[in-house]
Structures are given as C-alpha cells and as structure tokens.
Design a protein around this ligand. Sequence first.
Ligand code: ZN
Length: 496
Amino acid sequence: MEQKLIIYNTLSRRKEEFKPVTPGRVGMYVCGPTVYGDAHLGHARPAITFDLLFRYLQHVGYKVRYVRNITDVGHLEHDADEGEDKIAKKARLEELEPMEVAQYFTNRFHDAMNALNVLPPSIEPHATGHIIEQIELVKEIMNNGFAYESQGSVYFDVEKYNKAHNYGKLSGRNLEDVINNSRALDGVGEKRNQVDFALWKCAQPQHIMRWPSPWSDGFPGWHCECTAMGRKYLGNHFDIHGGGMDLVFPHHECEIAQSVASQGSDMVNYWMHNNMITINGQKMGKSLNNFITLSQFFSGNHEALTQAYSPMTIRFFILQAHYRSTVDFSNEALQASEKGLARLMEGLKNLKRITPEANGANAIEMNYVEDLEKKCYEAMNDDLNSPIVISHLFDACRVINTIVDKKATIKADVLAALERVFRTFAFDILGLQEEIGSGSGREEAFGKVVDMLLEQRRIAKANKDWATSDKIRDELAALGFEVKDTKDGFTWTLNK
Ligand code: ZN
C-alpha cells in the first residue's frame, strides 16, 4: 500500500499504523441497527463514518470484506438483556409478525442509507439467521467454564472470567466498581451476579421469537450475534470492529469477553468508535421531543426543524466533524453545512467552465495540484480527518474562483489533474453526490420551473401548436423527465 494509514484504536487508547492480518485484505465488522424503529441521526453517524473508512480502504487498494449486521432478535429493553425483546414488543403492539417488523424497518434503513450514499456492506447477516452459530459459541464458553446455566438461561460468569482475564480492558471500567454498584440494586434473579450477562435466554410462554437449544426453547443474548457472525465471515482473528461509542460498554466489552472465553484470544485488532450526536446540546431521546428520524430531516416534517435538509447536507454535516468529536445538530449548523456543500459543488461546476490556456499569466502549476492531493491523503491517513480534507477542497474552490475571475490561468493537463483530485476526494472518498438543488427552497424552485415549462406546453397544445408542445416534451424526456398527461393537466417525475 502506498498510503500509511494511522487509526485510533479504542483498545490501546492511541493512534496506530494500520497493518492488516492478511496483506492487501481487510476484514471489518460494524454493529448495525436493531430494526424496530425508523433510522435516526444515531444511525447515520456510524454508517457514514464506516462508509468513509470502507471507501478509503478500497481506494488505497485493499480488498475489503465489510460485514454489518442486522439485529432482529435478542436486543432487550433494559440493559440490553432484561425486559421484553424490542422487536417482539413492537410486533405485539402493532399485531404483526416480528419478522414483518424487522423487514419493514430494514427496508426503511436501506432507503435512508441509499439516500445518504452509504455503500451497502459486503455481507449483511441477520441475527435470526445465525442461531446455530450463536448456540455453538455459548457451548464453547460453557465448556471453558466461563458460563453457567440457570433456569434454562445461560449467563456469562463475569467475575470468574475477570480472575483469568481482564474484563473492562476496552471501556477502561474497573470491574470491582461495576460489581459494587450493581450489588446495590434489588436482587440478581437467576444470575449469580448482576454484572453477568445473558448468552441464552429461556423464552417466557408469551414470547414468540424462540428456537430450540440444549438449555431451553429461547433466544440468544444480544452480544452473541456479533461475535458469532464476525467469526463466521471474517475468521477467528480479523482487523477492524467498529460502532458508536455507546456500544463500547457493555456490548463490545462483552464481545471481547466472549471471544477470549471461547477461543482463548481476542478476535479483533483495531476497535474504532465514532462519537455521539447531540441536538441543541442535549442527548437525543424519545422523551425529550428532539428525536428526529432521517426521513423527518429529509422532509422537514418535525417541529424542531425550520426546513428540510437534503441527505447530502446531513452527510456533509457529519463529515465536517472528525468522527471522534461530538457533533451537535441545530438548524443553524445544518444551514451552514448546506451552504458549504453548495460552495463545494459550485467549485466543481466552475472547474468545468474553465477554458485552459497554454501560456497564460499567473498560471496555476502542477505542483499546486500535487500538493493539494498530498495534503488530502495526509489528512485521510491521519485517522480519517475528513474536516481537514474538506478545508483543503474549500481552498481549491478559492483557487478555481481566481481562474474563473481571470486573475489566474491554468493549462489543460493541470486542469484535468485538479478535476481528478477534486472528484476523487469529494465523490469517491467522502462519498458526496450532486443533488438537484440542496434544501427545500431550491428543490421547490426547481419543481416550479418544470411546472412552468409544462404549463407552456399545455397552452401550446390548446393552441394546436404541436411543434412547440412536442419540443418541450422531447427535451424534458431527454433530460430524464417522464411527463404524463392527465384529465386535469399533467404530472411529471424525474427518473434519475
Ligand atoms: Zn454488535
């Protein structure tokens, strides 16, 4: 690899040079959504962060196997493994099959990810499709003496594990404190210790999501799926495991414990975590009336939003912060991103308008483009520093403007190189896309212009001016518009 990528490893708490287990190949696993509700900003950030990593690793030449799971069983209401299953609860309330709930919200999640230009992972395994692998994992942990059965359920023995290994090494939590705090709570029920977590849960009679196992008809604990599926598709020892910082404890801590307790060693080399999103300085939460789904952002249909924000505005906003920094959403901040993105896209359009000159004054030299490219790579190699890449692209926009304003000139080969570097970083690596206008205002104006044209066509038809009417229809069709005449006028769609 030509590029030397440095990433921050949550486990070692420092930046490390990325060295894959197998040269030229990368195995990466990212915790996907629990599909019982619409995707919101909390889903957008990890999806975009690890999309940036996925794109960059591929760009620099790695063959990447990216696994992002769908959690469709086992994620319980309280503390991840107490209370009712989130999907089963939704199914009960809506009188649906749990798999209908999971499928519906998986589809919605995919739609939102497509809109954000997040590439699909290489494999998207479902927890319910890997019950056998999870049962095998539980058996291994039991055989090694780190789990016990209690009333048909199986729990991980955290205290015993911690005597031989280090529980808390990822989150930096001290187990003694966790245990002492937990003991203050009322009762431990079937568990030996409150900190023990479920590997398998015996299903209550009313619980519909259940599978046979050596211990009971039941379902796997939430943490099992990622260990079992990560190992199945990426092997006993793979490169990167990612997710939001909120997953460090208990989810990822438990995953490490499961892998060490089952196979005797860590499964993952680099743990990467994106920071969280707040809204107007507050944590996002259903009770706080600031819980905004992605489709609400795209439509503007939420009382906290003063306008709609295009998917690319959301993507750009997230990329304008380093993934390990917190991000605070506000209408003002999003409007600033909308303007910034428009400025970047304007720079690209201006590039196409430039006529190169062979011997102009104040020529932009090739070493300017080489330097720009080098600085963009340096920023990406420094733990995916997307805000710095964006600032370099803004600098390039200023240079482009000086050429447009005839204050500088550029030769054809330099112009081509500049366009290549700009497009590579903006589109291939940052994953931005050109949109039809950004924000509702421009979108609306655009729609009105099409309506205006079609109104002219309607008038032409009424006057039997077939030449004009056909010309408008054909030229719109060439641009991808499908126009349909109706009883009261017309409708149109843009097929792009
Ligand atoms: Zn996970």
